[in-house]
Design a protein around this ligand. Structure first.
Ligand code: SF4
Ligand code: SF4
Length: 468
């Protein structure tokens, strides 16, 4: 990989390819539309674009971030477009609010609340294409307005989520020899003269490759390798930056606190992962949706917008807030001392491994359950005829492979147990570092893996092992 980064065409050629695929997916999505949500339930799996975007692309980038870091960002077509737009744009410096990360959090919340739970962009291919097109438009507009790579650094919610999960990865961006960077005279990797060089620019997201110590923000774009290489004054060991193996969960155990915006983002995602996994099984689905359904009934929210909004607020804000604050409340009741902001931004880190493992479980469930749809996906990429055939039973889908059930069950249990174990170790390290006078009361904080992680473990055991 590190050798590949030195070529001018890498990863540019992959970005161009993903851009072409992106455009084809948008076109295919535009060809399949419906307002009938029962039909959309089937169409979402028979339309090739929808099948790829929601059942394969999204799950695969989640898993890739956990194991490899933000490698999706390396090939992302948005990074290419926004960087190109920034070369000809106004180059305004992003203000404090943009840099705070709150736009990313609000962007993610609006996609969840309005896009998914109100407009069903994940079920209606036509709406998905509008969403993808809007994303491309935002990418280009942000590129035209702001300097460097503002979109990837402060706005993209996908990259932000991948950055959180990348904290677990056993690979990361770093430099081969720190002393070469310490003695470096040109600092080409951060020099403002190189910001808009097409290939070999200085870091667009404001990182200093010489001091990168975590995976959260690096796009793995490799531009700093090229810039270090192109401006090499003949020093052995350059280009110095690269992609290296490192200990698993390094950034989690480094206990680097999250910002307030990251914490809010993380809280919403923690609710989303519960929703994603619990709705796979009828029993937990009914349990989870009991409150939003009843509140909606009680409020009489017949309208799709208010219904979706109330449901999202309960599932992604209210319930996760209870889960996050219960351990803290018990800790305080037991006499422990810790400011709430510190708890949320620092102990919130312990949710990440469990969220990531639950997201990976969902990814496995989704990708494997959609295997039977591939048989008809290429002969009928629009998917309307196939969906009709499935609904009127003139078309029979192939069976799900026999290996799926045992493999998914075992891997799900392993992943969730790993998530709980990593979270428990993180809590242990956090209590040693941050709880000084209330150490014996720290048991309450272990309820983060116990309660949140335990819920996933119990659900998977009861469902997959038929314990209920
Ligand atoms: S990465 Fe290369 S250009 Fe950047 S400081 Fe180190 S040696 Fe200098
Ligand atoms: S540190 Fe290097 S690889 Fe990472 S985002 Fe900056 S330029 Fe790209």
């Amino acid at each position: 990989m590190n050798r590949l980064f030195r070529f001018w065409w890498f990863p540019l050629v992959l970005q161009v390819m993903t851009l072409a695929v992106f455009v084809l997916l948008i076109i295919d999505g535009f060809l399949a539309n419906t307002d009938d949500m029962a039909f959309a339930q089937v169409l979402r799996n028979t339309n090739l674009a929808n099948l790829i975007v929601w059942s394969y692309w999204w799950p695969v980038i989640i898993i890739s971030a956990i194991f490899f870091g933000r490698i999706w960002c390396m090939v992302c077509p948005m990074e290419l477009l926004t960087s190109l737009a920034a070369r000809i744009g106004l180059k305004q410096k992003p203000n404090r609010f943009v840099r705070s990360g709150w736009i990313t959090t609000l962007f993610y919340i609006s996609i969840m609340f309005i896009g998914i739970h109100t407009l069903s962009i994940h079920r209606v291919p036509f709406r998905m294409s509008i969403y993808l097109l809007a994303l491309l438009a935002v990418t280009v507009i942000v590129g035209l307005l702001f300097s460097k790579n503002t979109f990837c650094a402060y706005i993209c919610p996908v990259g932000h989520l991948l950055g959180l999960y990348a904290r677990l990865a056993p690979f990361g961006w770093s430099t081969g020899n720190r002393s070469i960077c310490s003695n470096c005279k040109d600092h080409s990797c951060t020099a403002s003269a190189n910001v808009y060089v097409f290939q070999g620019r200085s870091c667009g997201v404001g990182l200093d490759p010489a001091h990168i110590d975590d995976n959260t923000n690096c796009l793995l774009c490799g531009q700093c390798v090229k810039s270090c290489d192109h401006n090499n004054p003949g020093i052995e060991g350059r280009p110095n930056p690269g992609w290296f193996v490192r200990p698993w969960f390094k950034d989690i155990f480094a206990l680097k606190p999250m910002t307030a915006a990251q914490t809010a983002f993380c809280l919403v995602v923690s609710g989303f992962t519960v929703y994603e996994v619990f709705t796979e099984w009828k029993v937990t689905k009914n349990l989870l949706l009991w409150m939003p359904d009843n509140v909606n009934m009680w409020l009489g929210t017949g309208n799709t917008w208010s219904h979706g909004l109330v449901k999202s607020l309960i599932l992604f804000v209210f319930l996760p807030a209870i889960v996050w604050l219960s351990p803290y409340g018990l800790f305080r009741l037991a006499g422990g001392k810790l400011p709430i902001k510190k708890f949320l931004c620092i102990f919130g880190i312990a949710f990440i491994p469990i969220m990531a493992s639950a997201h990976a479980v969902k990814a496995m469930l989704k990708t494997t359950s959609r295997i039977p749809y591939w048989e008809n996906a290429f002969p009928d990429p629009v998917g309307v005829m196939t969906a009709r055939g499935i609904l009127d039973k003139s078309l029979q889908l192939a069976c799900i492979p026999a290996w799926r059930e045992p493999v998914v069950t075992v891997l799900s249990l392993v992943l969730v147990c790993c998530g709980i174990a990593v979270s428990t170790v993180a809590i242990h390290k956090l209590t040693i570092t941050h709880i000084h006078n209330s150490g014996h009361r720290a048991w309450a904080l272990y309820l983060i893996p116990g309660f949140y992680g335990g819920a996933f473990a119990a659900m998977i055991c009861m469902w997959r092992l038929n314990l209920m």
